[in-house]
Design a protein around this ligand. Structure first.
Ligand SMILES: Nc1ncnc2c1ncn2[C@@H]1O[C@H](COP(=O)(O)OP(=O)(O)OP(=O)(O)O)[C@@H](O)[C@H]1O
Length: 337
């Protein structure tokens, strides 16, 4: 477990001090992927450098498995740094093959040849590049190079894998490939991963937990699937499908409600079952379906008509759907299950 407690960091800019991080607290539970998402300049890279123990905070503490890293002497600090696998971008050695680049940290650590080969072989398999082991970086695609960089960061079995903007400047397929590797690292190696990104889609695809960083402050954090069911969550607003129906499309229904459904059973079955049980006519006015990791999540604006419209909505809420009725126009009441 990595914990960041009350971390603050300022820099001197041209016009005075710039607060990059302001009292940031964060947990990265073991074996999970935590995503820190925020706009440009919100402090993401500063946070990544501090967690990588490359820079010291002005105040606050970073704990790795309970140890306060601020209290470490230089030798222990170097050892602690080695426990953090930083995905370093654009730093593959051009004169070394993909396998040779992944093996480099093991060579530096004095690991013998057979052990190196076994470890590198496993990681080449994890990143799906076994057949490219002998290729040099300049003959790989940007996405393949990015996957090799992740493998190199994983080769020392780090306590934390840290990736700053891992999909930056990659096309859609290449980005998906890198995220699959991070996901497999967590699932198959039990890696603990911290990803900082400005792309909410990265968080939606791989994160278990998320923190929203804005102007150096964490303004929201928690489990992603829990947050998407929180009507006040700004992360949820970012990640769920937009309801892009015009106001007049909601006219003519007895009840209009925004509904968030999480999981295969809810997304697949709740609406037809509510229709069948309560004889209510339920129509989808807007919204849509997405996935959070492997979990389907839907946000719909529903129009419900018929004698048992309220009962139908109440039943959906009882079954775990988040139901917010729109009473009139923009006003709503929350009835979370
Ligand atoms: N070494 C530094 N010297 C001076 N100011 C800095 C330094 N590093 C970061 N800053 C400032 O701190 C703030 C946060 O920067 P940071 O790079 O951490 O944000 P970011 O969220 O990673 O942004 P981006 O997504 O654009 O990379 C910015 O105002 C930036 O200009």
């Amino acid at each position: 477990m990595i914990t960041v407690e009350n971390l603050s960091k300022s820099f001197w800019g041209n016009t005075g001090p710039v607060v990059a991080l302001d009292d940031v607290t964060l947990e990265v539970p073991t074996g999970t992927i935590t995503g820190v998402v925020g706009p440009s300049g919100s402090g993401k890279s500063t946070l990544a450098r501090l967690v990588a123990l490359q820079e010291r905070p002005d105040s606050g503490v970073i704990r790795v498995d309970g140890f306060n890293t601020a209290a470490l002497d230089p030798r222990r600090l170097r050892a602690a740094r080695r426990r953090i696998g930083v995905v370093a971008k654009g730093e593959l050695l051009p004169q070394r093959t993909a396998a040779g680049n992944i093996a480099l940290p093991l060579e530096q650590a004095g690991v013998d040849g057979p052990q190196r080969r076994e470890k590198v072989g496993k990681l080449l398999d994890l990143i799906g590049l076994t057949d490219k082991a002998a290729r040099y970086p300049d003959t790989l695609t940007p996405g393949q190079r990015a996957r090799v960089e992740v493998a190199r960061a994983l080769v020392g079995d780090p306590g934390l894998l840290l990736a700053d903007d891992p999909t930056h400047e990659l096309g859609t397929d290449a980005a998906a490939g890198v995220l699959t590797v991070l996901d497999r690292a967590r699932a198959e190696l039990g890696a603990t991963v911290l990803v900082v990104t400005s792309d909410a889609g990265v968080v939606r695809r791989i994160a278990d937990d998320v923190a929203l960083l804005e102007s150096g402050k964490v303004t929201e954090r928690g489990n992603l699937l829990a947050l998407v069911q929180d009507p006040t969550s700004r992360v949820a607003r970012e990640l769920l499908p937009a309801i892009d129906a015009p106001e007049e499309a909601a006219a003519g229904h007895d009840r209009v409600a925004e509904v968030v459904l999480v999981g295969f059973a809810a997304v697949g079955a709740l609406l037809p079952e509510a229709t069948a049980r309560y004889g209510a006519a339920i129509s989808v006015i807007g919204g849509g379906l997405t996935r959070i990791g492997e979990t389907p999540v839907a946000r719909f604006l529903l129009g419900v008509s018929g004698g048992h419209a309220d009962a139908a909505l109440g039943w959906i809420a009882e079954r775990g759907g988040l139901v917010r009725q729109r009473v009139s126009g923009l006003h709503g009441i929350a009835a979370a299950a």
